[in-house]
Design a protein around this ligand. Structure first.
Ligand SMILES: *Cc1c(COP(=O)(O)O)cnc(C)c1O
Length: 346
């Protein structure tokens, strides 16, 4: 399999936009090449210059933490931008298809629909693991991407590593492993497998463990070939300067993030134990993420009762295989105590 043959023909032939920063790289004292405001910005910090299109400083800092070379790293305006770009670069509208494994993250299907790309669904098994036989039957010559979310949203479990490896080794398209919740998991990241499989794309994000959902910064790690294609297709300045500055600051605070991860995992297990004791709870699913899927007697009623006291959870009871379930994010110790004491009363 050649990655360059997986991309759409128009993308293969695309001459990308060339920015002023692409045409002149280096130090100079007077920049009159990008029609910026040379006087400055009406802000304490200066944002008058266009940002680095390849965000090399941020990628360098990420590389020191993740161990992934800069040229294997793509940054998007949220992981959602990387997902959309994968469709735009690799999937021919009205012709190609992708495989998703419900119940899973909703954005894969929305992004496919926006791009007029067929979605083939292979439900997870009752234990929320992959149905490898059905996946194999569903793949055809036009299947470009398989999306595997691990730990999976909304079920919370990690997908068996050997099953993902089986797909990586046998499928001749891209395998996207969405690791938005990997920081909370016992399972290790697939980043180590990047050198092994050119068709592997690992998605991670600053939106969850890093506490920066509002910044909109997502990471895609992959082979040089895939990353080069994403860089060619992306909007030139997709990560703004404020985000780049703030991400660099945040990356210096990894200790704080690791502290929160530890507390979140401990709280998740405490919450799980407490929820299990409640009479309105039928089943608490094990979780490798920062949320728990809980089957209750009457999901709509429990949801409404919680809204009544100002606590909002996600009602997933209409989702296939999640019937009767609520998805509850692990909050602070105080928030979790509040949730439990309310649930004990209603
Ligand atoms: C929250 C989440 C993301 C994050 O998306 P961003 O665009 O980076 O905020 C990605 N994948 C899954 C499965 C998620 O639940």
């Amino acid at each position: 399999m050649e990655i360059k043959d997986l991309q759409r023909e128009n993308i293969k032939n695309l001459k990308p936009y060339s920015t002023a920063r692409d045409e002149f790289k280096g130090q100079a004292s007077v920049f009159l090449d990008a029609n910026e405001n040379s006087f400055g910005s009406p802000l304490p910090a200066n944002y008058n210059r266009y940002p680095d299109p390849l965000q090399l400083d941020v990628k360098d800092a990420i590389s020191k933490i993740k161990g992934v070379p800069i040229e294997n790293t793509f940054l998007g305006n949220g992981s959602d931008e990387a997902i959309d770009l994968l469709f735009r670069a690799f999937c021919n509208p009205g012709k190609d298809n992708v495989i998703i494994l419900p119940p899973t993250y909703g954005m894969y299907e929305v992004s496919a629909n926006i791009n007029d790309v067929e979605v083939r669904k292979v439900d997870l098994l009752a234990n929320f693991q992959l149905d490898l036989d059905k996946i194999a039957e569903t793949i055809d010559a036009n299947t470009k991407i398989i999306f595997i979310c691990s730990p999976n949203n909304p079920t919370g479990n990690s997908i068996d590593r050997t099953d993902i490896e089986t797909i990586l080794a046998n499928f001749k398209g891209l395998v996207v492993v969405d690791e938005a919740y990997i920081n909370f998991a016992k399972q290790k990241t697939f980043i180590q497998e990047l050198t092994e499989y050119a068709n592997l794309v690992v998605l991670q994000t600053f939106s969850k463990a890093w506490g920066l959902a509002a910044l909109r910064l997502g990471m895609a790690f992959s082979s040089r070939q895939v990353i080069d294609i994403l860089n060619k297709v992306k909007p030139p300045y997709n990560i703004n300067q404020a985000t780049q500055d703030l991400a660099l600051e945040a990356l210096k605070n990894i200790q704080q993030v690791n502290e929160w991860i530890k507390i979140t995992v401990a709280e998740r297990e405490r919450l799980r134990a407490e929820l299990t004791k409640l009479s309105l709870v039928k089943k608490v699913y094990p979780s490798d993420a920062n949320f728990i899927l809980v089957e209750v007697m009457d999901a709509q009623k429990t949801y409404n009762d919680l809204v009544e006291v100002g606590i909002i959870v996600r009602n997933r009871s209409k989702v296939s295989l999640c019937e009767g379930c609520l998805r509850i994010t692990v909050g602070t110790v105080e928030e979790n105590n509040q949730l439990i004491s309310i649930l004990e009363k209603i």
